[in-house]
Design a protein around this ligand. Structure first.
Ligand SMILES: [Cu+2]
Length: 110
């Protein structure tokens, strides 16, 4: 799970989760200091404040519900550095199923 922090946006590699323990790796790809805070049913967890180019990991055990993910640095949340994730429930994607194995088009190929 990665979170890309830029000026001023948070891009998550994933937005639907099953309940469980996760490590969010936050990388600051912007030109300002940023951090990542995860707030929801498990409380608040955050990375340290990251200088441009720095990264940090925040470990959190997600419970069912909605979490707000944002940058706690001065006013960045209002500039757009916030998003939401859904844990469990209807927001979770169905388990991936392999593509159906159709009949082969190959006839030996002459
Ligand atoms: Cu920020």
């Amino acid at each position: 799970m990665t979170a890309d922090l830029t000026d001023f946006h948070i891009a998550l590699s994933q937005k639907s989760f099953a309940p469980g323990a996760y490590a969010f790796v936050a990388k600051n790809d912007g030109h300002h200091e940023h951090a990542l805070e995860i707030e929801g049913p498990s409380g608040e967890n955050r990375t340290r404040t990251l200088a441009p180019g720095a990264s940090d990991t925040v470990r959190v055990t997600l419970k069912s519900g909605t979490y707000e993910i944002y940058c706690p640095v001065d006013g960045h949340e209002d500039l757009g550095m916030k998003t939401e994730i859904t844990v469990g429930g209807a927001g979770a994607p169905p388990p991936a199923s392999p593509a159906p194995a159709g009949p082969s088009d190959s006839d030996g190929g002459y």
